[in-house]
Design a protein around this ligand. Structure first.
Ligand code: AKG
Length: 293
């Protein structure tokens, strides 16, 4: 299914997220997982995260994937006709204690206005036991909360950021996905996820899209890929399709882009270990270990 129904679009705008949406067949999902694993296996231990983040810059298959109409058409249905890919992130949750605290993406990405939506695509099972995402429906229509930066060890977020408000767990909704399915969520929605209690890693390929009128307010020279329509605004430098997978030119651009993104996403982070003014929300539902205060 590539086109969303009117009810699905209304549900997204009402709740701030939509799931599940079928995208890849089992065979395609496995192919992408194997490609990811090949890239991870080809770099030195410790460099996997950077290699993954740069994939649409360094590998043509990833550049093509972010244009896939099965992803882009539903995104365009909620963002409008002119769409950029801003980022490919990976939320890979190994079995164990890792979790994601309740946060709002809009607070720290520097993207304005908030015409931004994430396609979170499961490249492995993201069923209830794997710690799928949990959303607070409608919270994208409410305020942007201040966030405390806990840098908690098992928190998968870069700053361990936690919204500075009490989230009523009984009002949240779990969004489990089968491998090959995706969810879409609004950049302002409050969301998080629990630890993975299975034996396999939960692999989320996380594509951040925005409308072409969006600009980066925290760093000069941010980059994007036009995946649909036209870009009359030109707020981002365009990333070209990689000519050679893992080529020197491609790796150099990915390295420079990594620096730009660090500036946008991390330069204003408080020092690690800063103490929050309120106790942070625990990971959604029952935590095995609470985040450090
Ligand atoms: O994968 C998760 O559990 C959280 C992902 C997330 O926070 C996001 O995609 O914005």
């Amino acid at each position: 299914m590539t086109q969303l129904s009117a009810d699905q679009i209304a549900s997204y705008h009402d709740n701030g997220f939509l799931a599940p949406i079928a995208v890849f067949s089992a065979a395609e999902t496995l192919t992408y997982r194997r490609r990811l694993e090949a890239v991870e296996g080809a770099v030195e231990v410790g460099n996997e995260r950077a290699a993954r983040a740069g994939l649409p810059i360094t590998h043509a298959w990833a550049w093509d994937l972010v244009h896939d109409p099965r992803i882009v058409e539903p995104i365009s249905a909620v963002l409008g006709p002119n769409v950029l890919l801003w980022s490919m992130d990976w939320f890979i949750k190994a079995p164990g204690r890792s979790y994601v605290s309740y946060h709002q993406d809009a607070t720290y990405w520097g993207l304005e206005p908030h015409h931004v939506a994430t396609a979170w695509i499961a490249l492995s099972d993201a069923g209830p036991k794997t710690g799928p995402m949990r959303f607070l429906p409608g919270s994208h229509r409410g305020p942007l909360f201040a966030q405390d930066e806990t840098f908690a060890e098992d928190n998968l977020l870069s700053r361990g950021q936690v919204v500075r408000t009490r989230v009523n767990a009984s009002k949240t909704m779990l969004a489990p996905l089968a491998a090959g399915e995706m969810s879409i969520h609004h950049v302002r929605i409050v969301h998080g996820s629990e630890p993975n209690r299975t034996d396999d890693r939960r692999i989320g390929m996380v594509l951040r899209y925005c409308a072409t009128n969006v600009r980066q307010t925290k760093a000069e020279g941010d980059r994007a890929i036009l995946v649909k329509g036209v870009d009359v605004h030109r707020h981002f430098e365009m990333i070209p399709r990689p000519r050679k997978d893992g080529g020197k030119r491609e790796r150099e651009l990915a390295r420079r882009h990594g620096k730009t993104r660090f500036k946008a996403l991390m330069e204003d982070a408080t020092a690690a270990g800063s103490s929050p003014t309120l106790p942070p929300n625990p990971p959604p539902t029952r935590p095995p270990t609470p985040p450090r205060p």
